[in-house]
Write a protein that binds this ligand. Structure first.
Ligand SMILES: [Zn+2]
Length: 147
């Protein structure tokens, strides 16, 4: 689980979430569907949704574990990098969260299609951000902002 404060704070409700991930070294994505792209070291935000059993609590808990099987694109990133922050948005939609992150100054899409295989609306569900980007002062504040 690492040093993250979370189990008490993340609801088991369905919804969407944002992971803020710090990648300390370049990461080669060994996935043919991603054209074997290389992510530069830096700060990234990944948007996902959890509408299955256990909701946000189960899904974010899985992301925070290092010892997990490779299942989603983002697993490459969370195993090689470090989740420095996250936001859970009960009832939220990942594509809405992504749209807002893309409007942040300096935001860009590093790998088209990353995490968005099931989405026809977004260029990817991963956004590259400036190194000093923060999700916000408090979880509650951010939850309102994203709602
Ligand atoms: Zn989307």
């Amino acid at each position: 689980m690492g040093a993250h404060r979370m189990d008490d704070a993340v609801p088991a409700e369905p919804g969407a979430y944002v992971l803020l991930i710090e990648l300390g070294a370049p990461l080669a994505l060994e996935t043919a569907s991603l054209a074997r792209a290389v992510l530069p070291a830096g700060r990234y935000a990944y948007c996902g949704s959890a509408y299955g059993p256990g909701g946000l609590k189960a899904r974010i808990g899985r992301h925070l574990r290092q010892d997990k099987a490779q299942r989603w694109h983002v697993d490459h990133l969370t195993r090689a990098g470090r989740i420095v922050d996250f936001r859970a948005v009960p009832g939220g939609r990942e594509c809405d969260l992504l749209g807002r992150l893309l409007k942040a100054p300096g935001a860009s899409v590093p790998v088209p299609g990353f995490g968005s295989s099931d989405c026809r609306r977004c260029p990817a569900h991963l956004v590259a951000l400036p190194g000093d980007f923060e999700l916000g002062a408090s979880r509650e504040e951010k939850r309102r902002e994203f709602s």
